[in-house]
Design a protein around this ligand. Structure first.
Ligand code: KG4
Ligand code: ZN
Length: 363
């Protein structure tokens, strides 16, 4: 097949998305539509799974229609349908998988179940044509891991968070500081005016030789620092918030930079022919963090890339792209027995880390 046109569907968290991509020797994003749900969850201080699933079910067919329309592609112009089949909030994933199955059953088009994390991890090949193997830091609201991408379905995890993801820490910390959600952009904004040295916040696991990280203690430390200001009866002034935000962001920056340096060493031991380090996920939108990662890559003599913001945060173009990668690699399609998986680690050989319970590893 010289040309491949694939519809992608994503609904694993709080974005309902559909996209159409074409591969003809080069990748073309013909359309990429995302309908966010921030407003629906705002009052609850986090994503409410039932509300998310219902909103996905209501919006999925509209987004698919819009994506096809904007790509100027009809259903019979497609070669396959790729859908996020995990990991994620199960109600949302089921909504997307059911939508994709319905389309596949009606049209006879092949169905491809995509790992959401693989979507993020393969995006640097869509945007920057990186060659395998490359090093990736996936850093979002739900995930934080260093991966070596060896192939479209072959990922090696070097390490990751043992508790909260940085985006989650940004969101929870913003709440502690009375800043709006999502917390990442509001903390980044506040930190611009802050003094990062005023509050001494911890850098957990910084000196350990591995690539694992921990962020949950940081938010507790931030709470204590905030309360130390409030203790003598004073109110939290804008300057205090800015300094707390700057101190918090600097701690995350230092941990990510130190662990990136270790991950780069492990990656370079493979002697990749075109060494590259990419960052993906919503937290990659942060300029301060991005600059710190770029500087580590430069020190190691490794090319640094970060997809444009719209492809860093959740979207369906990355899912369609992962589908194209699988088709090009000759992987078999799924069928109507495809099931939604709330947990689905990318590196099947790695020891489960994050919240691995009865159902297996989350990440
Ligand atoms: O990848 P994403 O859109 O969704 C998933 O978590 O899968 O990432 C969203 C996360 C949120 O936690 C948000 O606060 C964080 O990315 N984020 C940021 C910034 N922009 C978004 N974190 C730090 N700095 C930013 N500028
Ligand atoms: Zn994501």
């Amino acid at each position: 097949m010289s040309t491949l046109t694939v519809l992608g569907i994503e609904s694993s968290c709080d974005d309902t998305a559909a996209a159409v991509l074409r591969w003809d020797g080069a990748a073309h994003v013909l359309s990429s539509e995302v309908s966010g749900q921030t407003d629906l969850h705002a009052a609850f201080g986090g994503v409410v799974p039932e509300i998310a699933a219902r909103a996905h079910a209501e919006r999925l067919d509209l987004m698919v229609e819009l994506a096809l329309q904007n790509a100027d592609v009809a259903l019979d112009g497609l070669d396959a349908i790729a859908v996020t089949s995990g990991p994620g909030l199960i109600g949302g994933v089921v909504s997307g998988v059911m939508c994709a199955k319905g389309l596949s059953a009606a049209t006879g088009l092949p169905l491809l179940g995509i790992n959401h994390l693989a979507g993020h991890a393969l995006t640097p090949r869509l945007t920057d044509a990186l060659a395998f193997p490359y090093l990736l830091l996936l850093v979002s609201g739900g995930h934080c891991q260093f991966l070596i991408a060896h192939g479209p379905d072959s990922f090696e995890r070097l390490g990751g968070t043992i508790d909260d993801a940085p985006g989650e820490a940004f969101d929870k910390s913003a709440r502690l500081l009375g800043l709006p959600q999502p917390g990442g952009p509001s903390i980044e904004q506040a930190a611009l005016q802050g003094n990062e040295d005023r509050f001494a916040l911890p850098r957990p696991l910084l000196r350990e030789a591995h690539c694992d990280m921990s962020f949950s203690g940081l938010k507790t430390a931030l709470l204590r620092a905030r309360d130390s200001v409030l203790q003598d009866g004073s109110r939290l002034m804008r300057e205090d918030v800015n300094d707390l935000a700057a101190g918090f962001q600097a701690a995350i920056r230092d941990v990510l930079a130190a662990k990136t340096s270790r991950a780069l060493q492990a990656y370079l031991a493979l002697s990749p022919s075109e060494p590259a380090f990419a960052v993906a996920g919503g937290v990659a939108a942060n300029d301060v963090l991005r600059a710190a990662l770029a500087s580590e890559a430069e020190k190691a003599g490794v090319r640094f890339t970060a997809p444009p913001l719209a492809l860093c945060t959740d979207n369906a173009a990355m899912i369609a792209w992962a589908g194209i990668e699988l088709l090009r690699s000759g992987a078999p399609a799924d069928d109507l027995t495809l099931s939604a998986r709330p947990r689905w680690p990318l590196d099947r050989a790695a020891t489960p880390m994050l919240g691995s319970g009865k159902k297996g590893a989350k990440a």
